[in-house]
Design a protein. Sequence first.
Length: 303
Amino acid sequence: MDLITLKDWTSEELQATLDEAMDVKDHPDLYRQSLVGQSLGMLFQKTSTRTRTSFEVGMTQLGGHAVYLDWRSTNFTLADIGDEAQVLSRYVDGIVARMMRHDDLLDLASGSEVPVINGCCDRYHPCQAVGDLLTIREVAGKLDGAHLVYAGIRNNVCNSLIAACIKTGVRITVVAPEVNPASDDPELMEAARESGLFAETLDLVAAAAAADFLYTDTWIDMEFFEDDSFREERERRIAAFTPYQINESLLEKSDAYVMHCLPAHKGYEVTAGVMASERSIVIDQAENRLHAQKAILMRSMGA
Ligand code: CP
Ligand code: NVA
């Protein structure tokens, strides 16, 4: 079973994965043999700390093996993505791919003969959202009725949070003056608006005051942050989004816990003080990527 976007998963599949993730976290020893003899190919076009490490370690903890492939050192650079993916899939039992472009991920998945998991493309970051829901469930005690407010640019992380929340009874309010052009997904937005769980506003203070969880992410995707050709757009976005920063003054008007997928750009979407404060749960959130992805691997690879 692929995980390209959570739009493709039913509520029951997502809830069952979260139940399993919680059990994996509580009883890791019960799962030491779950993927014994299985191999995961990990193809990355972009940099990563959390996704790469948590998948690789997760496979080890499940008794399996992971093969990391840096895109630039493979012959994916020379050949058709689907053809190379088909070959890769004859060696491994599942593939995690972090691709720049969603369409390239779809080409890879259509060539692969084994399940493909999206390790973050320009449109979705589903594994992040599963880990985030696990965190919300742990902190709030349940998902149903929790209220998440996302502030910043509507991007891959935001899309996956919307898809995850509307399938699990989490209310989600998005405070985003703009959508990242590569992330636009009118079909998702329509489903969100029909769900009764979704709201949009530009009043960050009012939204934060009503939030249980306050989430932000970078205004500029990782591959562009230090790209000189993006400098003008970077400066424009910094000016446009600075009013939506999660800072100490905002937290004085809110009781919410602060979440961030990381890496954070301190001083931009969130201040260093907020990151270090007792309200920040970002490190537990990052840890939960490991437990969530072990459950995703078992579901995808048929353990
Ligand atoms: N949040 C996240 O996916 O982090 P990495 O880019 O470090 O994998
Ligand atoms: N929106 C961010 C997520 C990083 C995990 C990016 O795409 O760079």
